[in-house]
Design a protein around this ligand. Structure first.
Ligand code: 5GP
Length: 205
């Protein structure tokens, strides 16, 4: 029996959790921790038109595809959502694998950008939208511009983008503060178990 206030994941109706948040907040690291520690949670592999970085494996980190192949997936309604990220490349979530996992009762996680998260909310309103927030503005600033390799204009552009991205927190159902990766990872995993309500207090704004 579930305790009061909890809604257990029912067979055939498992939960879809969308993890989004500002650039440099550490979404990828938190998702990697879930992958390592909770293999029972399926994590969607996105398609992207960007080139693989050293060490990235096609079909593991992303499906690296051509612009033409990406166009075909859009035309065939093969993407649950897609977006141009950092004005550089297109990224998208293949629709069929997500639907297949949910139909078979497998908990599914999407780690995507804010534009994509908004599209998923439209298309799958039952998805739980989780915002990964930095512990503080100063910390985000450090993570964004910490390497100091950017000029003042690029630095300002990144900070301005981050401010806008932080405002999106209010659109989300829950916030996880990424002070510590292992803790954030555990909180994310707990979302698949608990019936977290949409009334979580706002962290940032
Ligand atoms: P990177 O190129 O560093 O791997 O990822 C850049 C950004 O793209 C990250 O913010 C990541 O969340 C986002 N991203 C990765 N996959 C997808 C996707 O399928 N859809 C969307 N909308 N964003 C994605």
């Amino acid at each position: 029996m579930a305790e009061a206030g909890e809604s257990p994941v029912l067979p055939g109706r498992s939960r879809l959790v969308v993890l989004a948040g500002p650039t440099a907040v550490g979404k990828g690291t938190v998702a990697a921790c879930v992958r390592r520690t909770h293999p029972e949670i399926w994590i969607s592999i996105s398609v992207t038109t960007r080139k693989a970085r050293p060490g990235e494996i096609d079909g593991v980190h992303y499906h690296f595809i051509s612009d033409a192949a990406f166009d075909r997936m859009i035309a065939d309604d093969g993407l649950l959502e897609w977006a141009v990220v950092h004005q550089a490349a297109r990224y998208g979530t293949p629709r069929a694998p997500v639907e297949g996992r949910l139909a078979s009762g497998t908990p599914a996680l999407l780690e995507i950008d804010l534009q994509g998260a908004r599209q998923v909310r439209q298309r799958m309103p039952e998805a739980l939208m989780c915002f990964l927030a930095p512990p503080s503005w100063d910390e985000l600033e450090r993570r964004l511009v910490g390497r100091g390799t950017e000029g003042p204009e690029e630095r300002e552009r990144r900070l301005a983008t981050a401010r806008t991205e932080l405002e999106a927190e209010q659109e989300f159902d829950v916030t996880i503060v990424n002070t510590d990766v292992e803790n954030a990872c555990q909180e994310l995993v707990d979302l698949f178990r608990s019936g977290t309500s949409r009334a979580h207090p706002q962290h940032f704004l």
